[in-house]
Each structure stands twice: as structure tokens, then as C-alpha cells.
Design a protein around this ligand. Sequence first.
Ligand code: ATP
Ligand code: MG
Length: 376
Amino acid sequence: MISYDHLTKIYGEGKDAVTALEDVTFTIEKGEVVIFLGPSGCGKTTTLRCTNRLESITRGKVLVNGQDVMDMDAVALRRQMGYVIQDIGLFPNKTIAENIAVVPKLMGWDAKKIAERVDELLSLVRLEPELFRSRYPAELSGGQQQRVGVARGLAADPEILLMDEPFGAIDPINREQIQDEFLKLQERLKKTIAFVSHDIHEAIKMGDRIALFTNGRLVQYDTPAMLLTHPKNKYVADFVGADRALKVLGIVLAKDIINPRPRNLVKGEDPAGDVLKMIEEKGLRHAIVIEQGKPIGYVSPENLKYEQGHVRDLVEKYPMHISKRTPARDILSYMLMLDLLTLCVVDDNGDFIGTVTYNDIQKKVKESYTSDVEMD
Ligand SMILES: Nc1ncnc2c1ncn2[C@@H]1O[C@H](COP(=O)(O)OP(=O)(O)OP(=O)(O)O)[C@@H](O)[C@H]1O
Ligand SMILES: [Mg+2]
């Protein structure tokens, strides 16, 4: 856990004084990824550097696991935190493997363990160990060097990670993949991470919470969903973008809008006539046919009119189903492509667990507009 308690940082003195941070208060809970977001010069890097005491603190406090960093040994403090710096800062005269191994070596790991760890981390950041471990930084592209920087930050398996725009110089395709790998890793390791970005997409994707700064002040500290749906003021709304309703679609998952007990479920053995009557009485558009727990398709009045027999023989099949973790953005895209207003959510077994409808998505997105009236 990292707590910033009225943190203020002023560089220089007198007429040259620059207030880089002013009265910043928030807490990064253990195991959470918090994104420091905001335009250039707003104080993101300074906040990180006050965390591991690379900068002195003018006023206020930084507490790591409840302990004031100013009372801690600076070297010990830095060793328990991995730091990925903004301008990478690899040692030019050390190989890639030696660069990654710096902290493990300081901590006295044996050579075999270090070598294994180096290769593991190189693979993680998608650099083939065989090709890269013996090269020097100058022989790598900027994006590749940045990935080595990330590997180095992770090397000694620190509990806390400070990452300053760790993926900023990596091309979009590799960046997506590294972000995904990183999130997978984080799900397992549950590190406490302060992660600087000025990319709102990255922030929404990677952050459990986002700390949005402007001019050294913390403007809003919230979950990505809250930042998008309840921006505190016009600055936040502008920062997250006019398309924030669409961005909400990326973080809302099927499980957030699922209807586990829709009114239009029928069984395969139900007679067509009964189902037609039920559809008409309830004013539905269609019914979903479930057999042995699985959705086998849907029937609408057109399928049932003048038909006898069981609905199982009259269904139109769904081209696909979705899972609990499918983002609303993808669901909406499937709905548009398939010309369907409802999709079934199934578990790993293919068993029916609910539906998501176009209306459910719309209702959820609509929330992102409600806050406009509250804004100052
Ligand atoms: N050593 C320094 N001396 C004086 N002013 C500094 C120093 N370091 C940073 N600043 C100033 O403090 C403010 C915050 O800088 P900081 O590096 O924290 O910004 P940032 O949010 O990380 O920006 P960027 O996105 O460009 O990296 C800026 O106005 C910057 O010019
Ligand atoms: Mg910076």
C-alpha cells in the first residue's frame, strides 16, 4: 500500500520555484494498479520519484505500507520497489542480460537463478532470449530497450512497481500484447503498481483506479468506470473524451449487464402453438429455446405460425454465444454484424447463464450522460 498524504513538491526557491505537486492525497491499495494520468508536466513522474525518495518531499508525507518513507533507509526502500524509468536508462556498457540482472545480483541471487529469471522476463516482454540476452542496449531499437527496462523493473520480483510510461515507445500491436501479458501476470502476482501514462485508452485498460492530475493537483481519483460515467468536472470530461460513452463499452462486461432470468425462455419439447401464444400474450419478439441447459436457438412468431410439433425442430440457431467476460463493445459489434438484439451468455460448458440485450447495453451507456447535468 502506498499513501500520499498532502504531498507537496516545490522545485527550486524564490522566483525560480516550481510547484510540481500541490496537496496531493490518495492511497494505492495493496495489489492494485493505479494509473497516474494527465498532460505533460502535471507531476506524474515527480509523484513516482517522491515515492522512492529520488526526490525530496517539500511538505506532506508518503507512506509505504504505513511507514513514512523519510524514516526508511533509501536504499532498502528502492530495493523493495521495481522502478521503470521514463527514459529507460539502460547501462550502455552492460549486456541486456546484465542490465536485467542488476538488482537480483545486488540481492545475492545465484547465477543460475539469475540466468533463468533473465530469460523468463525477456520472453515476457516478447524479446527472444537467444537473440537478445548478449546484445548491448545500443544494438536495440527504442521500443526494444523500453521492454528491457520493464523486464529490469520486474527482475527481483518486488512487491511494489513504479512504472513511468513503460510502454510509451512500443508500437501499437506489441503494446497491446505486452499490456495483455502484463495484466495476466498481475492477475496472478497482485503487485502494488503505480503506472504513469498519458494515454486514456491504456489507463482504462490497465488501471484498477486512475489518478488524474492537472498542474500538480489531483483532480479525480476513481475507477475507470466512474471516471468515464461520472467525470467530476469539465476538465475530466474533456480529458476522457467526447466518446466516453463508447469507451464505457470497453469496460462493461457481459456479466455486468446479464439478465439471468429472461421472460422468454422455453423448452425444446414445448409445442409450437403454446409458445406462439406465450410470445403474443407477453408481447415478446421471440423466445429462446433451452435444451439440456443449453441455448439451441430462438423462435419468433414467423417460425411458429401454422406449425405443430416441438419448438426444438423450428429454431433458428444463434451464430455464436458470448461469455461472462465479453466486453459490451464486442457484444454490440456482434449484434450489429448478426442483426440480432439479444445474445445468450454461456459458461465454459456451453450452458445457458443469461442473456444480454441491446437495451441492456444502451441503458448502461446512458448512465455516462447523466453526470453532465451535475458538472460544474
Ligand atoms: N528537477 C526539476 N527542477 C525544476 N522543475 C522540475 C524538475 N523536474 C520537474 N520539474 C517541473 O515539475 C513539473 C512536473 O514535472 P513531472 O516530470 O513530474 O511531469 P510529468 O507529469 O511526468 O510530465 P511528462 O508527461 O512530460 O513526463 C513540470 O512543470 C516540470 O517542469
Ligand atoms: Mg514524466
